[in-house]
Design a protein around this ligand. Structure first.
Ligand code: SAM
Length: 197
């Protein structure tokens, strides 16, 4: 099995073959996400588990979900490396498909595959038309799994259209703000924070 390594909080971690290699977007999101101890958090699209571990280190109980089995295995390894394996559970799920209707969270975090593409071949990267296929499904569904005072953090690129996201959040009757931004060559990556009104 091919493995590559990366650093997070000065620890060198493995990345299993086929799992998203954490990039500037992963780090921008970890820096923006603030959770409280003993709360319930959901990390959709956990990849290596970087977002899950970031929340578990802040004391949250995390459910890490992904459609990719290798990502779930990788997240377990990452949680063990950081000594937070008791706080991180994994579950295979296509977005919220395997999250029960009445299962609610205090925090939901998602760094989606947002690269504009003609088809979805690489599920860790490809976002389909305008990079919005997975992003829009997520925006339509996450509020149903947020507690009344819950907070959702998610990331996107300026290439996906910021106004488009704002309109969709408004349609879901959510409050939102942009809490982090970073320019990377020809695009800007952005972290939205959304809550119920
Ligand atoms: C850009 S990577 C982010 C990985 C990691 N959270 C990070 O911040 O580095 C997107 C992740 O979403 C997962 N993913 C893609 N489509 C998904 C879906 N429909 N449901 C759940 N996870 C999905 C991919 O397997 C991948 O792990």
């Amino acid at each position: 099995m091919e493995v590559r390594k990366f650093f997070f909080k000065n620890k060198e971690l493995v990345r299993l073959d086929g799992v998203y290699d954490p990039q500037e977007d992963s780090i921008l999101l970890t820096n923006a996400v603030k959770v409280r101890k003993e709360t319930k958090a959901l990390d959709i699209g956990c990849g290596t588990g970087i977002q899950s571990v970031n929340m578990a280190l802040q004391g949250a109980n995390v459910l890490a979900a992904d459609i990719n089995d290798a990502a779930l295995r990788n997240t377990k390894i990452t949680a063990e490396t950081f000594g937070v394996e008791k706080l991180v559970k994994t579950r295979k799920s296509d977005l919220f498909s395997n999250i029960k209707k009445d299962e609610k969270f205090d925090f939901i975090v998602f760094n989606p595959p947002y690269v504009p593409s003609t088809k979805i071949k690489y599920t860790e990267l490809d976002g389909g038309k305008k990079g919005r296929i997975i992003l829009d499904k997520f925006i339509n569904e996450f509020a149903g799994h947020l507690n009344e005072k819950g907070v959702c953090y998610f990331l996107q690129s300026s290439l996906n259209g910021i106004k488009n996201t704002e309109e969709k959040l408004e349609k879901q009757n959510l409050k939102f703000e942009i809490v982090a931004k970073q320019r990377i060559f020809f695009e800007e990556i952005i972290v939205f924070k959304a809550t119920k009104k």
